[in-house]
Design a protein around this ligand. Structure first.
Ligand code: ADP
Length: 501
């Protein structure tokens, strides 16, 4: 037993999301004992622009942490370590002497730099070079163009950055810097791999990319492994001396929290959108199907970089919100399960929720949504069912694309996220894929991943074998539908997508 284990009964995960910050108390059995959540403001300065106030992110996160500790009467000695998982790509630039950000955080969803990406990256040779170095398809989503925008638009920022007077960080870096009293300016490999400035093969900030976006190297944080030391807490109002020993971007954290530690293991998160990640071990698998290659979080005993393929569905749970808020067909998301089960099949109705275009493997940003196959007998339940099924079809398309890129089938899909509670959806997904779906009792795998990464680094848990053992019995879904019927459903979906395109 290590000192750290003797010293604390709990690990705290700081789950810094896009709309809220949460502090999660995790015990030695991997159980989530309690959660405190604080929301913060979404700022929309113009259509398509999204910002957060970095101080508000900070205070919501600190408020949730101190609130959690106070509620349980806990001090520094009770907490073995802190792990952080965070919204990825969101960009903050600040002055380390004052601790003041030069402007609001530019959030991952913000499209203000779409034009810049078009100008600097549309040359196919440039785009190919970016993909080869970073595993990413050039997009305004990633941090690179957001940093460049700040340097070009905030008065004096460029000169200050070139004089070494400004720092860049994704949200993890900002939190670590503040929590350690300004001592540690660092990020982890998973967050670095989402900036579009990090060479995922060589493991360094890439000079050619920094040059392309005109970003001084002095702004960039040190890159550390996801499970290891990021300093200790040293901030007024927070118990001092708690080691921060885990950091990962939210999706990679969820992959780790699902105990996907090895090549071939995959998870799909069914939230507002869906995020599918497949661990590919030490191999950085390049995609031919518009997926991205990213770095996976590793346990401390792994001595090489591990990678994952990632794909996302833009509109997943959001289509259920649309049924509720725009169509008024349901009052709560939970009702969809009962309604979908109340009809024997989809009645030929398909919804392709391409509200903001279609993502991988189609890449049709200008496509818009469709409902097709309507007959006089189509009713509310058929439409609700078609909406739910659309999450499964879109995810199945991604799974197939990923299998093609990885050159191997996905035998088990671990699921989580709010919509994974829906048994109808999970069964339909298993029917379509013909693989085994596993839903853990605790679907809050994102925070669990950060807790695991932090806990492994201090010996709170002995290794990944112990973590696997913590997982209580999963709900398992397998194919029940006969294959001919699956083919009929899939043909109907393909036809609906064709009409949408
Ligand atoms: P996020 O983290 O993206 O905000 P969550 O993981 O909290 O999302 O999941 C919320 C999403 O899941 C919402 O879009 C909601 O419509 C959908 N959802 C929640 N419960 C269900 C359910 N029982 N069936 C289908 N969809 C659901």
């Amino acid at each position: 037993m290590s000192d750290a284990k003797a010293r604390g009964r709990y690990v705290v995960a700081l789950d810094q999301g896009t709309t809220s910050s949460r502090a999660v108390l995790v015990d030695h059995d991997g159980q989530m004992v309690d959660v405190v959540q604080r929301e913060f403001t979404q700022i929309y300065p113009r259509p398509g622009w999204v910002e957060h106030n970095p101080q508000e992110i900070l205070f919501s996160q600190l408020g949730s942490l101190t609130g959690l500790l106070q509620r349980h009467g806990l001090g520094a000695d009770d907490i073995a370590c802190i792990g952080i998982d965070n919204q990825r790509e969101t960009t903050i630039v600040w002055d380390p002497t004052t601790g003041e950000p030069v402007m609001n955080a530019i959030v991952w969803q913000c499209r203000r730099t779409a034009q810049m990406i078009e100008e600097r990256c549309s040359d196919p040779e440039v785009a190919a070079k970016i993909q080869a170095k970073t595993g990413l398809l050039p997009d305004a989503y990633f941090s690179a163009s957001k940093i460049a925008w700040i340097l070009e638009n905030v008065p004096g920022a460029r000169q200050r950055a070139e004089a070494g007077e400004l720092l860049f960080g994704t949200v993890d870096t900002w939190l670590v810097w503040v929590l350690t009293g300004g001592l540690v300016h660092a990020t982890d490999v998973t967050n670095a791999s989402r900036t579009m400035l990090y060479n995922i093969h060589e493991g360094c900030w890439d000079p050619w990319l920094l040059d392309l976006f005109d970003i001084p190297a002095s702004m960039m944080p040190e890159v550390r492994r996801s499970s290891g030391s990021f300093g200790e807490t040293s901030y007024p109002g927070v118990p001092a001396g708690i080691p921060i020993t885990g950091v990962a971007g939210d999706q990679q954290s969820a992959l780790f929290g699902q105990c996907c530690f090895e090549a071939g293991q995959a998870k799909n998160t069914y939230g507002t959108g869906c995020f599918l990640l497949l661990h590919t071990g030490g191999e950085a698998c390049a995609s031919k199907n518009s997926l991205v290659t990213t770095i996976a979080a590793s346990a401390p005993d792994v001595d090489h970089t591990e990678y994952a393929l990632e794909g996302s569905v833009f509109v997943a749970g959001a289509v259920i919100q649309w049924l509720r808020d725009e169509l008024g067909l349901i009052r709560t998301a939970d009702e969809t399960e009962y309604l979908a089960k109340s009809v024997p099949d989809n009645g030929g109705v398909y919804i392709v929720p391409a509200f903001t275009g279609l993502g991988a493997p189609y890449w049709a940003p200008d496509a818009r949504g469709t409902i097709c196959g309507l007959t006089r007998g189509a009713n509310r339940s058929h439409i609700v069912r078609a909406a739910l099924e659309s999450l499964a079809y879109q995810s199945a398309d991604l799974v197939r694309a990923m299998e093609a890129d990885a050159g191997a089938p996905i035998a088990t899909l671990n699921v989580d996220g709010g919509a994974s509670r829906n048994d109808f959806l999970m069964q339909f997904q298993a029917d379509l894929l013909g693989c085994e779906l596993r839903r853990p009792q605790n679907i809050e795998t994102t925070s669990l991943g950060a807790a695991y990464l932090a806990g492994l680094a201090v010996g709170f848990w002995s290794g990944t074998d112990e973590l696997r053992g913590l997982r209580s019995t999963d709900d398992v879904f397998g194919r029940k539908m006969d294959e001919a019927q699956v083919e009929t459903y899939l043909a109907g979906w393909k036809d609906a997508v064709r009409r949408t395109l």
